[in-house]
Write a protein that binds this ligand. Structure first.
Ligand code: NAD
Length: 454
């Protein structure tokens, strides 16, 4: 499998894809290893994860360069991701023992009752490329601490990074029959669906997630899906610092080139501040440094996947044909690399793809609204349910709307944010189940109930 640098379009290296026979052997070894791994205490398992985190810290510069070279993520953002994802390890350090410990529910009377949390077994982690540290850690670190073995399939666009995870987990004392990183694209993923696994944990697009859930349904094993979004932001008329609101909104939309599951994908702005907000947002977007992602000053690099350029071009053409105006960008950047101009479309409506379908790129649609009711109705008009945000000076007014929305996460005066302390979950086409928080620890165990009569 050729690994392409999206900034230079050069082949960085070629990796040998995992074959069917290798996959079968790996799974046999993971099943054997899991039995031994599960017998270790949570503390012992956690020690290795903490060591892994230390190794990642020490090697952060090299790892960031690898991430940038295969995904085009600007180097500063690669460094941020690698350092930022350490908060998952800290969360596990503080919480894993508590949430994985047996619980005595009834300790008196004729029958004692307790719950023991047992690992699922060998789980598959089929993952995405856009934040490989964040979304990988959310699954495989939590699964390992809970006593599972992990078959990790990184995206074909982040395989070098996936191989680094394996290298440092190994150095941290996690053996090859407890964690294995396999290399391949969707066809290898398909083989994994046919294989003998005790749970499927997926991060990626709605289409693939739905395919996975339906394909493995007959196995009756846990399936968890972290999928895409079309996340709205509503900027209310009472915002006092409109310029700062626009800067924050732009960051939510354009960080990582808009390739975040919880990126701001559509903005509704009160008509009272609309023009001021748009002017400030466009000025901010025009100030972004675009170019070589290896340069620490770059904020917008190339897209990771070439095919996404066409999706963005289609969204721009569709929006323009239906009456939107282009305030900035709108075109692929000529030359080498998969670059697209940071794009702002105004006067958008829900007739347009840019307000309905996940863009996953440096493009934002803005629509003017005249009331909270109109904004709420538009925010709710989506098949996705990942996050929703409101910028306002009035917490009560914002929460009154946010509580009405069928999404897994809501933000007041912030956006595009994930924390290990609270669950990360999507509703409707954004997914099923939760990672992170206590729920994210318990996602990797199954309860066994004990009824004991001495
Ligand atoms: P994708 O669905 O194209 O691929 C994801 C993974 O599925 C890859 O490893 C791929 O090889 C594998 N795959 C493809 N076909 C398969 C098949 N038939 N069987 C099994 N596996 C198969 O998604 P992507 O482009 O890697 O990721 C982008 C998407 O992920 C976006 O929609 C984004 O919003 C979403 N995402 C969601 C979250 C979240 O936490 N909710 C986080 C990051 C990304």
């Amino acid at each position: 499998m050729k690994i392409i640098n999206p900034a230079t379009e050069e082949v960085i290296t070629e990796l040998q894809e995992t074959t069917k026979v290798e996959l079968r052997e790996i799974l046999e070894s993971l099943h054997k290893g899991q039995v031994v791994w599960a017998k270790r205490s949570v503390e012992e398992r956690l020690e290795r994860i903490i060591r892994f985190g230390e190794l990642i810290q020490v090697n952060v510069n090299e790892l960031a360069e690898i991430l940038t070279s295969e995904t085009g993520k600007p180097l500063q953002q690669s460094l941020n991701e690698i350092k930022g994802a350490q908060n998952r390890i800290e969360h596990l350090r503080q919480n894993a023992e508590k949430w994985l410990a047996p619980e005595t529910i009834v300790d008196s009377g004729s029958t004692r009752e307790k719950i023991v949390y047992e690992p699922l077994g060998v789980i598959a982690n089929i993952s995405a490329w856009n934040f490989p540290y964040n979304v990988g850690y959310n699954v495989f670190l939590y699964a390992l601490v809970a006593g599972n073995s992990v078959l990790y399939k990184p995206s074909e666009f982040a395989s070098l990074t996936g191989k680094q995870f394996e290298k440092y987990l190994r150095q941290a004392g996690i053996s090859e029959n407890v964690f294995q990183c396999v290399v391949g694209d969707g066809s290898l993923g398909q083989q994994i669906l046919k294989s003998d696994l005790d749970g499927y944990f997926f991060t990626g697009s709605h289409a693939t997630g739905l395919h996975i859930a339906t394909t493995v349904a007959h196995k009756l094993v846990p399936v968890q899906l972290e999928l895409g979004g079309k996340d709205p932001l509503y900027v209310m008329d009472d915002v006092t610092d409109v310029k700062q609101a626009a800067i924050n909104a732009a960051e939510g939309a354009f960080y990582n080139n808009g390739q975040s599951c919880c990126a701001v994908e559509r903005i509704y702005v009160s008509e009272k501040i609309h023009d001021e907000f748009v002017d400030a947002l466009v000025a901010e977007v025009k100030s972004y440094k675009i170019g070589d992602p290896m340069n620490l000053e770059t904020f917008v690099g190339p897209l990771t996947r070439k095919q996404q350029l066409q999706v963005l071009k289609n969204q721009v053409a569709d929006a323009k044909s239906k009456g939107a105006d282009l305030s900035s960008g709108g075109k692929e950047i000529e030359g080498i690399g998969y670059y697209f101009q940071p794009t702002v479309l105004i006067n958008c409506t829900h007739e347009m793809e840019v307000m309905k379908a996940e863009s996953f790129g440096p493009i934002i649609g803005i629509q003017k609204v005249s009331s909270d009711e109109e904004a709420l109705q538009l925010m709710a008009d989506t098949e996705y349910g990942l996050t929703a945000a409101i910028f306002s000076n009035d917490e009560k007014r914002a929460l009154n709307l946010l509580k009405e929305l069928n999404v897994g996460t809501v933000y007041w005066n912030c956006c595009d944010r994930v924390s290990p302390n609270v669950p990360w979950s999507g509703r409707n086409n954004s997914g099923l189940g939760s990672t992170l928080s206590a729920q994210g620890i318990r996602a990797f165990v199954q309860p066994k109930s004990y009824h004991l009569r001495p």
